[in-house]
Design a protein around this ligand. Structure first.
Ligand code: EPU
Length: 337
């Protein structure tokens, strides 16, 4: 059933725990209801937010527009043979519940993405990634409501222009589509991705190489590095790892031989933003109630009672000092409203 609320506080809908109200909050698990709603109202794309778990938003102010909160549920197996399975999943499903489900069913491909907060519907938008895996590797399609045309559409993964923490839904198609279902294709043949960081060692500590143990290893690593949102409200990595040209990286390496770099293509490399922030002296520090996590400097935290402006101010100070030291501008990964 559709529910429309006016002047609604989003505190419970953003993992930074900011107090911010929106003009309208529209919640539904039915495409038909949302289609009816949008034909009755004229919506300005600038005045729309499509919200999942709220783990990638920093509200610095109230929002005078409409927040859509799609809650489509369920897993539907569309196709299955001995090698592969194709599953359609509702956008309102909690991502980590889905990962647990896939692991239980012995479907390979998303175990490294365990414990990432948020809902399934947001995963294609920012092409979530962790420990050497990006969700684009298993997404085969996306179903959405086109707010402009007033109809349900389906996209093939190729149309989504996935990149590092990026897709077309952040650019040309921003706020045009409410994603309602995501279609995933998993392999049923055992294969693992254990090359990132200490995953392999953690799995070995747990015992045999299995999907369940890889999931457990990722959960353990995340729990030691990343702050629990219930204790330290946060939105995960606040910044993206910046891409720089190889020449710039080589110059930096001469001065900072320990700088962690990840090759992207012939010309570009990605630099570990957490390392830059730590080297600029911010790890475990902060300004007022806005802080930098002491175990992973890429994560900004609300130490209690911080408002969005304070966190945004801290982010700006970090950006400035990283630029002054390294000549690199960090770009936020979170949406700042
Ligand atoms: N590092 C530091 N100091 C820090 C943090 C990191 O020196 O305070 C160094 C680490 O030692 C390592 C490198 O930076 O050499 C990379 O660190 P890490 O493996 O923790 O990953 P990250 O690049 O900082 C990215 C994702 C995370 C994801 C991890 C693991 C982005 C923006 N972030 O972080 O995603 O969990 O890799 O794959 O790409 C998120 O998006 O919210 C998120 C947590």
């Amino acid at each position: 059933m559709i529910r429309v609320r006016e002047n609604y506080n989003l505190k419970a809908h953003n993992t930074f725990g900011m107090n911010a109200a929106c003009k309208y909050f529209v919640e539904s698990d039915q495409e038909k209801e949302l289609l009816e709603f949008i034909t009755d109202y004229e919506l300005d794309p600038e005045e729309i937010i499509i919200l999942g778990g709220g783990s990638n938003f920093l509200f610095t102010t109230d929002f005078s527009g409409v927040v859509f909160y799609p809650l489509m549920e369920g897993y539907t197996v569309l196709q299955e043979d001995e090698h592969e399975v194709s599953v359609q999943v509702g956008s309102g499903v909690v991502w980590d519940d889905f990962v647990a489900w896939a692991v239980e069913h012995e479907y390979y491909g998303i175990e490294n993405l365990s414990l990432i907060p948020g809902h399934v519907g947001a995963t294609p938008v920012q092409n979530i990634g962790a420990y050497g895996v990006e969700v684009k590797e298993v997404i085969s399609g996306v179903q959405a409501i086109d707010l402009q045309a007033g109809e349900v559409v389906r996209f093939h993964a190729d149309q989504c222009r996935f990149g590092y923490r990026d897709s077309i839904f952040k650019h040309e198609w921003k706020n045009r589509f409410i994603i309602t279902y995501v279609i995933f294709r998993f392999s049923k043949q055992p294969h693992f991705n254990l090359n990132y960081g200490s995953i392999r060692e953690e799995v070995e500590r747990l015992g045999e190489l299995s999907l369940a143990n890889v999931r457990q290893a990722v959960i353990r690593i995340r729990n030691t590095k990343l702050p629990d949102v219930k204790v330290w409200p946060n939105a995960g990595s606040f910044f993206k790892n910046p891409m720089v040209l190889k020449e710039q990286a080589d110059t930096l390496l001469e001065r900072y031989p320990q700088l962690p770099l990840y090759p992207v293509d012939e010309e570009r490399v990605k630099v570990a933003a957490g390392w830059l922030i730590e080297a600029a002296g911010w790890k475990g520090k902060g300004i007022g109630n806005a802080g930098v996590h002491d175990k992973q400097a890429l994560v900004l935290i609300n130490k209690g009672g911080a408002n969005g402006v304070e966190v945004a101010h801290l982010a700006n100070e970090i950006k400035k000092s990283v630029f002054l030291k390294f000549g690199i501008w960090l770009e936020p990964e979170v949406n700042i409203i």
